[in-house]
Design a protein. Sequence first.
Length: 173
Amino acid sequence: MIANVRERLLRPECLSDILSVLIDREAMKDAAVAERRRALEDAISGTEEKLARLYRAIEHGIVELDAQLGERIAALKIERDLAKASLERIASQAAARNAVTPEKLEAFGRLMDEKIATGDVQARKAYLRTVIDRIEVDDHAVRIMGDKTSLAAVIAGQAKGAKNVRGFVRKWR
């Protein structure tokens, strides 16, 4: 069984095939992400421009700073901060998406192959758990299943924390 995992999963071309749908889907999202980024940048600049106009009006004595104007300024600042946070989140997600490269696929495949071939039993189990969610065995086939996004995250070096054992749920592994 481990030989099949090593042969069918850990070669760079197999990993690439498995992740190709995910990578293609992420590439299609790039255009939408670029549009969203432009919209957020426009919103930030528009909000900052509104704040600057309000501050100039207060400085020149055109309007008085009252409670209602103070609330408006606070709302504009919140709007600007939310747009900036969204922009930062988009940037970090884009970096994670672009983290799976052919070189990383090859290095990941070599490392996993080495660890599975030479590690002790507990180490083998731990490495396999990073990419395999469940194994189903029936009379005619054995199916090894895992989440493609989790596999991509592991390859990109964004490993997730260990999963807790759910003892009260049947077929948890």
